[in-house]
Design a binder for this molecule. Sequence first.
Ligand code: FES
Length: 167
Amino acid sequence: MSSPAMEQTRDYTEIIEILDRYERDPSRIIPILQDIQSLFRFLPEDVMIFVAKEMKISSAKVFGISTFYNHFSLVPKGKYEIKVCNGTACHVKGSGKLIERFLATLDLPDGEITTPDGVFSFETVACLGACGLAPAVIINEDVYGQVTPGKVVKLHDEIKVKEAGHE
Ligand code: FES
């Protein structure tokens, strides 16, 4: 959640551009929130309050929509969103070991889903619809099948190397 100091210093220019693009039309609130989420990788509380005010709709409505759709997140997500399938087929094929390995590798602080450096977020999901690939993992748009605990470490290390190259 944003601190008051962050809220005071936030530049709302890009949010205003998004609102203008959709002509502040309340029927287009979902694409508006999608664009805002693309900007921040989540929906910050102060931004939702700002959006409600600008669109002249209640903030309860904006919060209601953002909590109703799984697609939206109210907490910061990592640049790489890791989703481990824990549906039946993946569970049978050992997704539990992948979850353990990811948790150990990412070393997430208690109760957090995102690493402090903002690089990774982690969650388990129900069937991804790719049971033939069980156990399956999605990282952003990429699907990985027959993932092993060793592959978990490899994927993690590859991303770390890639990110280090961007610094
Ligand atoms: S149970 Fe994992 S993809 Fe279906």
